[in-house]
Ligand binder design. Structure first.
Ligand code: GLN
Length: 308
């Protein structure tokens, strides 16, 4: 892929997408996130050869939010194995909003690990046996930055106001899905959502996913093949919440979004991308980021069913 090409297209993508920002709004249900500047927009691309391209507010830090659910899933699959994990959570798109409680009454088990209920169930499995520091080490490894930390203000804000997440956790506790200590589980979940990153960090992680789980510099295997298959397939089918189907058609890349405004996506054997813009659409996906990904997919030929 030609260097000048990517740079020009990335710049054009930013200009094209910034006009959609006005149609979105920052997340307000977590009070600390309501303080974000809705006009920010940026992106980073990291190729599997390790070349980096940035545009706009790529250096701005934001909280990883639901994108963390892919890393906690990798951590759980690696340390506990798929049997234990998928004994607690399904593999199907829910079709409901990310924080929905409705199916827990009829189906008992959360539909997949990328909705809040599913991620809380996985957080329960992890927090029973491992410390948050153990998990954070993996985030730092994938992002290639050792200084990554939790945003204490967002963490406190989520912890204080996360009553719906608390409801999901207690509901699962009463039905036997969540056997771990509920408040300890939620503490782990709120912390993992509040890890502060920039788009370069997440594009680095996305590039590792694109690079068959191999470290970009050393070529060391960081993620097993069997785990990659699960994590990536779920990104395809469930990564954009109840907007995953339309996203698959319009963008055609495995992706995961978060209400902090980040969306991580990758094109297999090519590159990793992270777009960032705190103005969200009605499904909680970055509105400018979504348009940037659609533009990049088209112009760089990244859609899995119509690659250039
Ligand atoms: N921390 C957020 C929550 O639990 C994560 C949701 C998201 O990014 N969609 O509600």
């Amino acid at each position: 892929m030609e260097l000048t090409n990517i740079e020009t297209i990335l710049n054009d993508a930013l200009i094209h997408s910034s006009k959609y920002i006005d149609d979105g709004n920052v997340a307000t249900y977590i009070p600390e996130l309501a303080k974000a500047d809705k006009n920010l927009l940026g992106a980073s691309i990291v190729t599997i050869e390790g070349k980096r391209y940035h545009v706009g507010d790529w250096h701005q830090e934001f909280t990883i939010q639901s994108i963390s659910k892919t890393i906690s899933l990798i951590f759980a699959l690696h340390n506990l194995g798929p049997e234990i994990v998928f004994n607690k959570v399904g593999m199907e798109p829910s079709g409901d909003p990310f924080n929905s409680i409705i199916k827990l009454e009829t189906k008992k088990y959360p539909s997949n690990p990328y909705i809040n209920a599913g991620a809380i169930a996985v957080a329960g499995l992890i927090s029973e046996r491992y410390s948050f520091e153990d998990y954070l080490k993996l985030v730092r490894l994938f992002c290639g930055r050792n200084s990554i930390e939790v945003d204490e203000n967002v963490y406190m804000s989520e912890s204080k106001t996360g009553m719906l997440n608390r409801s999901l956790a207690y509901m699962m506790n009463s039905s036997g899905v969540l056997e771990a200590d509920v408040e300890k589980t939620l503490d782990f979940y709120f912390k993992m959502c509040s890890v502060k990153v920039n788009s370069n960090d997440l594009a680095n992680y996305a590039a590792i996913l694109a690079n068959d789980g191999l470290d970009l510099k050393s070529g060391d295997r960081l993620i097993d093949n069997s785990i990659l298959k699960i994590v990536k397939s779920l990104m395809l089918t469930c990564g954009m919440y109840d907007g995953s189907g339309e996203f698959a058609i319009r963008v055609g890349m495995p992706a995961k979004s978060g209400v902090g405004g980040g969306i991580l996506a990758f094109a297999e054997n090519k590159l990793g991308i992270c777009v960032f813009g705190p103005a969200l659409d009605s499904q909680g996906n970055s509105i400018g980021g979504y348009h940037m990904l659609e533009y990049l997919s088209k112009e760089l030929g990244l859609h899995y069913f119509s690659g250039k």
